[in-house]
Design a protein around this ligand. Structure first.
Ligand code: SF4
Ligand code: SF4
Ligand code: SF4
Length: 404
């Protein structure tokens, strides 16, 4: 590990010969970045940040396992740049990780400031901002190891479900498909570092220059509704934005609201073009990667899956049957035994019925939460994209429906 006695010129030359690249979405030569800051002498602080976008779980794992290595990497860079302040940003609510980092810093006799949330880019305009994986790579190189691999995790998305793989090391030059079996997923799109690709990307070699973002590769199965996915991304980024830049704050509000309208059958065709323009404008007008890159995948979805948006807006149809506003729900009068279990389970009291009578759902109020489906012993509750068949319109005894 790095020690205070290491010569800074020697460290620089080791880092240079290892040709490390910065992780994240701002992919650049770490040596070039280091030299730029060395020449300007502007940085007074080094920051390694993990923010609270959920895909950063993998980066948390890096810090859980390698907090000493991260701190040593930061110390080495701080020495090279004559930086006096070291800061690690963590997501809110990770108290156990705060303790781990504090203990590691104590053992290494290092003062380190731990902050939570998004890096305050206005406060730290001149700071040297880096990634935890880059810092482990720097430490590896100073220990005489090679920095020739990236950490990768696969997130599979099927309809509304997700499955996260274990974290693996990917040697540069190899493809993602060399270390993960992705053949079982019928892939509609692949998301890497806020960009959307087709599945051929999985066979292409990953190099140091490849933008991997957080290292989490998301595979969207054919069963996914990309409009729904884009709506979830918009909401996640809206919640994630610190709100200090107008374009980021207002941009994600607009993207979230307009997607919300589309998935609830109230969308307008104009929204497609407006959302593309908003997403592209955010690229040039925000202070950090959340605003600059955070809408890229949403714009990609709007471009590549425009036909799905048109189906939702014009045909009032969700082709994959994921968006619940486009489905109908009813209780099959031939199956219902009038047990009342669904009434008790419904959180918003929109089921009418009593013991021994065929139950009925008030479709207008129903949120399609599916709680009634889970408790029904007869599988009598049906969600369908088709028209609702003939069902009772008043309380009817079980077995009597055919009479009228
Ligand atoms: S781009 Fe968004 S998250 Fe980043 S500083 Fe601006 S408002 Fe905050
Ligand atoms: S889907 Fe949810 S809201 Fe709708 S009837 Fe069933 S329990 Fe009630
Ligand atoms: S739980 Fe099922 S069987 Fe029982 S009343 Fe409701 S719909 Fe009918």
């Amino acid at each position: 590990m790095f020690t205070e006695n290491m010569d800074t010129e020697k460290m620089l030359s080791l880092i240079e010969s290892a040709d490390i690249y910065e992780y994240g979405v701002f992919k650049e030569s770490f040596t070039a970045k280091l030299n730029e800051y060395k020449n300007s002498g502007k940085a007074k602080t080094i920051i390694a940040a993990i923010d609270n976008v959920d895909t950063d779980e993998m980066l948390l794992e890096v810090l859980y396992k390698n907090s000493k290595e991260v701190i040593c990497g930061m110390k080495a860079v701080a020495n090279i740049l004559s930086i006096s302040e070291m800061v690690i940003y963590l997501p809110e609510g990770k108290d156990d990780l705060v303790k781990i980092v504090e203990n590691a810093a104590k053992e290494l006799n290092t003062e380190i400031l731990i902050k939570t949330g998004i890096v305050d880019v206005r406060e730290y305009r001149e700071a040297f901002i880096t990634h935890v994986e880059t810092m482990t790579a720097v430490n590896d190189v100073l220990e005489g190891k090679k920095a020739d691999k990236a950490l990768i995790q696969i997130k599979e998305v099927f309809g509304d479900d997700t499955k996260l793989s274990e974290i693996k090391e990917l040697e540069y030059g190899k493809a993602i498909s060399d270390i993960f079996d992705t053949s079982k997923v019928s892939i509609k799109a692949v998301e890497i570092g806020y960009k959307l690709y087709d599945k051929s990307i999985l066979q292409q070699p990953v190099t140091k220059e490849t933008v991997l973002g957080t290292g989490v590769i998301t595979l969207y199965d054919k069963s996914c509704c990309m409009v729904h996915i884009s709506k979830d991304l918009s909401l996640k980024m809206r919640e994630h934005s610190c709100g200090k830049c107008t374009f980021c704050r207002e941009g994600f509000i607009q993207l979230d609201m307009r997607h919300g309208e589309i998935v609830s059958k109230k969308g307008e065709l104009d929204s497609i073009g407006i959302m593309k323009d908003i997403g592209k404008a955010m690229n040039f007008s925000c202070e950090c990667s959340v605003g600059t890159y955070g809408a890229n995948d949403i714009v990609d979805i709007l471009d590549k899956f425009e036909n799905e948006y048109i189906s939702h807006i014009k045909k009032k149809d969700c082709p994959e049957g994921v968006c619940k506003a486009f489905t109908n729900i009813y209780i099959d009068p031939d199956k219902c035994i009038g047990c009342t279990k669904c009434i008790k389970a419904c959180p918003i009291d929109c089921i009418e019925g009593k013991e021994g009578y065929i139950h009925m759902i008030e479709d207008m109020d129903c949120t399609k939460c599916e709680e009634c489906i889970k408790v029904c012993p007869q599988n009598a509750v049906v969600i369908t994209k088709k028209r609702t068949p003939s069902i009772p319109n008043r309380l009817t005894r079980v077995g009597r429906f055919k009479q009228y």
